[in-house]
Design a protein around this ligand. Structure first.
Ligand code: PEP
Length: 253
């Protein structure tokens, strides 16, 4: 039984006061009428993590970061470690988001190191994979996803793979308003689940949460989430508004 996870990726949005206000609004709505049977996660920018953690104290909403470095400490200017994230209350971390891969030049090797470091230090990595539009047009979607997943989990025992979440985020659907059809998304998720089963065994394949990301909004969340292998959503733009985020958390209602 995979509990759905609705995760908000705030990206580089929100000064501390705005981030705290948004977190408090989401918290108040979910405190008033709790959403049963769904995990809720918000991933603010680094500098808003501590105040958002305070705003969420005592609630069941989880806190996550948008990136992490693989080394524990040292001369890595500008980077943030797993221990620093845990200290401010993070339990999840997004790794290999397409914006980091395509704007910041993050490679599959970097992703692999980050995933390993996160798991080793007790953070749950949300490993993002997904194809570019050109790759889909060339019929290369599944090769790209397979390469990204195999490399992300390279050298990891099955027990560690079991401690990750995967997000399938077709790059052409992120922030563009274009969503994969529920059928396209389900096909990709099915493929990913089978691949995880090949890599780490059928139980891990069956138990791994696979989120969909790419222009998810209240209007399409229910249909996407109804697919057999879609276990939640990683939401960018539509997570920046409390009302729309909470509507997605309540996608079943
Ligand atoms: C994301 O940031 O992971 C994302 C899917 O963004 P958006 O929902 O805005 O497409």
């Amino acid at each position: 039984m995979r509990l759905p996870l609705i995760a908000g990726n705030w990206k580089m949005n929100g000064l501390r006061a705005e981030a705290t206000a948004l977190a408090s609004e989401i918290r108040t709505a979910l405190d008033r009428t709790p959403a049963e049977g769904v995990d809720v996660l918000i991933c603010p920018p680094f500098l808003a993590l501590a105040p958002v953690q305070e705003a969420l104290a005592g609630s069941s909403i989880r806190l996550g970061a948008q990136d992490v470095h693989w080394e524990a400490k040292g001369a890595y200017t500008g980077e943030v470690s797993t221990a620093m994230l845990r200290e401010v209350g993070c339990v999840f971390v997004i790794v290999g988001h397409s914006e980091r891969r395509h704007i910041m030049g993050e490679t599959n090797e970097h992703v692999n190191r980050k995933v390993k470091a996160a798991v080793a230090q007790g953070l749950t990595p949300i490993v993002c994979v997904g194809e570019l539009l050109e790759e889909r047009s060339m019929g290369d979607t599944y090769n790209v996803i397979e390469r990204q997943i195999r490399r992300a989990f390279d050298g990891m025992p099955a027990a560690d793979v079991a401690r990750t979440v995967i997000a399938y985020e077709p790059v052409w659907a992120i922030g563009t308003g274009k969503t994969a059809t529920p059928h396209q998304a389900q096909e990709a998720h099915r493929f990913i689940r089978k691949l995880v089963a090949k890599i780490a065994g059928p139980e891990v394949g069956e138990g791994t949460r696979i989120l969909y990301g790419g222009s998810v909004k209240p209007e399409n969340a229910k249909e996407l989430m109804a697919q057999a292998d879609i276990d939640g959503a990683l939401v960018g733009g539509a997570s920046l508004n409390a009302e729309s985020f909470v509507r997605m958390v309540r996608y079943r209602e």
